[in-house]
Design a protein around this ligand. Structure first.
Ligand code: AMP
Length: 229
C-alpha cells in the first residue's frame, strides 16, 4: 500500500477577494478600500494614486494624465486599461485585489471582464458607496494637502494645529487643483455621465451591493463586512 500523508483539512487559507469600489469622488472609497486591503492582506489598487505618483515623478504618463485630472476629466480608457492589465498580474495580486476608482467607464469594465476571463478569475462584489452631492462637495473642497509629506487635512473636520500649516513639517498647505469646488462639480457631472451606468451594469450581473456612505467610517466598514461575510 502506498505511503499515506496526513492532510491538513483545517489549514487556514487566505480569503481570495476581488472587489470593486464604485462611488463618486469623496464618497470614502479610498478609506474603506484601505481598511479592507489590510483585513484581507491584498493590495488596494487606486488608479488615481498611480496617476498622481506618475505626475510626481514627472513621467510621460504623468504629464499626459495631469491635463485631464486638473480639469476633473477622465484619463483616456486605453491608458487606464494598460495600467490595470499590468498591475493585476503582479505577484501581490495572487490572492485578490481591491479596485478603488477603477473601472470608471463601461469600456473599462468590459476590458476588465475580458482580462478576468483570460486569467480565469471572477469578481466577488462591487460595492457602490452612495453619498449626496452637497455632502461630497463640502468633503472634498475642504481638503488641504501638504505638498511635502502628503498629509491630508480638512478645514472643518480635521484642521491642522496652526491654520494653513502642516502639523508635521510646517509647510504651507495647498488645495489640489482637482479639489477646488468648480472642479469637484465637474467631477460629479463626469461621474454621473460616465461612471454611474456601471451601477446597472454590475446590478445585472448580481454583483452590486449598495453602501450608505453618509454613516461614520466604522458603520460603513461594518455594513461592508456584513456584505462580504
Ligand atoms: P481619484 O483619486 O480616484 O478620484 O482619481 C483622480 C483623477 O484621476 C480622476 O478625476 C481622473 O482624472 C483620474 N482617474 C483615476 N482613475 C481613473 C479611471 N479609472 N479612469 C479615468 N480616469 C481616472
Amino acid at each position: 500500500m502506498g505511503k499515506r500523508y496526513p492532510v491538513q483539512i483545517h489549514a487556514r487559507l487566505p480569503r481570495l477577494m476581488r472587489i470593486i469600489f464604485l462611488g463618486p469622488p469623496g464618497a470614502g472609497k479610498g478609506t474603506q478600500a484601505k481598511l479592507l486591503a489590510k483585513k484581507y492582506t491584498i493590495p488596494q489598487i487606486s488608479t488615481g494614486d498611480i496617476l498622481r505618483e506618475a505626475i510626481r515623478q514627472g513621467t510621460l504618463l504623468g504629464l499626459e494624465a495631469k491635463k485631464f485630472m486638473d480639469k476633473g476629466e477622465l484619463v483616456p480608457d486605453t491608458v487606464i486599461i494598460g495600467i490595470i492589465r499590468q498591475r493585476i498580474q503582479e505577484q501581490d495580486c495572487k490572492n485578490g485585489f481591491i479596485f478603488d476608482g477603477f473601472p470608471r467607464t463601461i469600456p473599462q469594465a468590459e476590458a476588465l471582464r475580458k482580462m478576468l476571463v483570460l486569467l480565469n478569475l471572477s469578481l466577488d462584489a462591487v460595492l457602490s458607496i452612495v453619498v449626496k452631492d452637497e455632502i461630497l462637495i463640502k468633503r472634498i473642497s475642504g481638503r488641504r494637502t501638504c505638498p511635502v509629506c502628503n498629509a491630508v487635512y480638512h478645514i472643518l473636520h480635521n484642521p491642522p494645529r496652526m491654520p494653513g500649516l502642516c502639523d508635521r513639517d510646517h509647510t504651507p498647505l495647498i488645495q489640489r487643483n482637482d479639489e477646488k469646488e468648480e472642479t469637484v462639480r465637474n467631477r460629479l457631472v463626469v461621474y454621473k455621465k460616465q461612471t454611474q451606468p456601471l451601477i446597472d451594469y454590475y446590478k445585472k450581473q448580481g454583483l452590486l451591493k449598495e453602501v450608505d456612505g453618509e454613516q461614520t467610517i466604522e458603520a460603513i466598514y461594518s455594513q461592508i463586512a456584513g456584505f462580504l461575510a
